[in-house]
Write a protein that binds this ligand. Structure first.
Ligand code: CP3
Length: 346
């Protein structure tokens, strides 16, 4: 499978191949940390902004222009497919996804019919096409992993302990698997449509998977995330798999079929590489809070990440989680510069 960006450092790093410089992008690089985002974002919910391809295209491009990062990530959200099939949810600013009638029973499965991207989310595909026409770096498409999306649909709002989600999985395993199977199909359909329209890589966000033990992950989550990864394997695009507090899950997060495993700041890259094993690239893992200590401290911390990676070609520099809204973009600019100037690849 050959793609337009096969020789780009980001794609080569995802494949563990030698390349010129350490590639860097940031999760949540678009969004509230950027004054140019706040200037054009408007007052509706993020779902309204996503439904406007010209606006979403511009928002996606803003951090690429400002930082000179090596990849763009589509401005969208992991709950867009469930919203588009009419599950009934909104994204409340400052809170996150909220569901009026959370998922509780078998009857709720009917609220999750299959996604038809051309009909249900034409605006997402239009945004992807506009971006691919404009960008000179790879575009990352994405989807939420079944567990993390299920956690919003079941809890009805962001949750710290995921107690309602976990009690559903423990008490009604068949219903849990039926829910996740639908969400896996939705993720596959959405990812394939983004790839068909020109996305060069994909990231599966299982942000909250770290709430589970390895045994729980293997039994309740692994089959569904593995189905998503297998469902896009034939496209040949690099598959990144990300979550936070996943130290104990890192080997499984590779084994499900990822090419690149996201690592948060809690696990040094050298240890993560040992845990994940050979044959995988890593993405991460600067602590996003170091940006609040100023450029000098942040750049030193970035150097420590580079040192930890020790020149391994399979490394995509990123934060360990998303850019926080109050982050000073000038600090991130300096981090990108440091990574590009000082990062070395063996
Ligand atoms: O720049 C990028 O990374 C691309 C855009 C992107 C958004 N959400 C935009 C967004 C991506 C990849 C996501 C994925 C997403 N959405 C995740 C996984 C990533 C992660 O952070 O772990 C999760 C858990 C969600 C659910 C969600 N959507 C949350 C928790 C929030 C934050 C609520 C808030 O206001 O603080 C959202 C809303 C959201 N999605 C915003 C953005 C820029 C902020 C709201 C806005 O600007 O209107």
């Amino acid at each position: 499978m050959t793609g337009r960006f096969d020789d780009h450092p980001f794609i080569r790093a995802c494949r563990g191949l030698p390349h010129e410089r350490v590639p860097v992008w940031f999760m949540r690089q678009a969004g509230r940390s950027l004054p140019e985002y706040r200037a054009i974002r408007g007052t509706g919910t993020i779902l309204d902004a996503i439904a406007d391809p010209d606006l979403s295209t511009e928002i996606t491009l803003q951090p690429v222009r400002r930082y000179g990062v090596d990849a763009a990530i589509l401005y969208s959200d992991i709950v867009v497919p469930a919203h588009a099939v009419g599950f009934g949810l909104t994204v409340t600013p400052g809170v996150g996804p909220e569901v009026e009638n959370p998922f509780t029973s078998e009857a709720d499965l009917d609220r999750l019919r299959p996604l038809d991207p051309e009909a249900d989310t034409p605006y997402v595909l239009e945004t992807v096409r506009q971006l691919v026409a404009e960008l000179d770096v790879p575009l990352i498409g994405f989807a939420g992993a079944p567990f993390t999306v299920a956690s919003y649909l079941v809890e009805g709002r962001p949750s710290r302990d995921h107690v309602t989600t976990k009690s559903l999985m423990f008490s009604n395993e068949p219903l849990w698997h039926a829910l996740c199977d639908r969400l896996a199909d939705m993720a596959i359909t959405s990812l394939r449509s983004q790839i068909d329209n020109g996305a060069s890589a994909i990231q599966l966000f299982d942000s909250w998977a770290g709430a589970l033990s390895p045994a729980q992950y293997r039994r309740y989550v692994y089959p569904h995330s593995a189905k998503v990864m297998a469902g896009v394997a034939d496209t040949g695009v690099p598959r990144i798999h990300f979550g936070v507090t996943t130290g104990e899950l890192l080997p499984l997060m590779g084994e499900v079929g990822a090419d690149v495993v996201g690592v948060d700041w809690r696990v040094p890259l050298a240890s993560a590489r040992e845990r994940v094993g050979a044959g995988f690239a890593l993405q991460g893992n600067l602590d996003p809070t170091v940006a609040f200590a100023g450029a000098e401290v942040a750049c030193d911390a970035a150097r420590a990440v580079l040192t930890d990676n020790a020149g391994h070609p399979g490394h995509v520099f990123n934060l360990g989680h998303g850019v926080m809204p109050a982050t000073d973009p000038d600090v991130l600019f300096e981090v990108v510069k440091t990574v590009h100037e000082e990062g070395t690849v063996d």
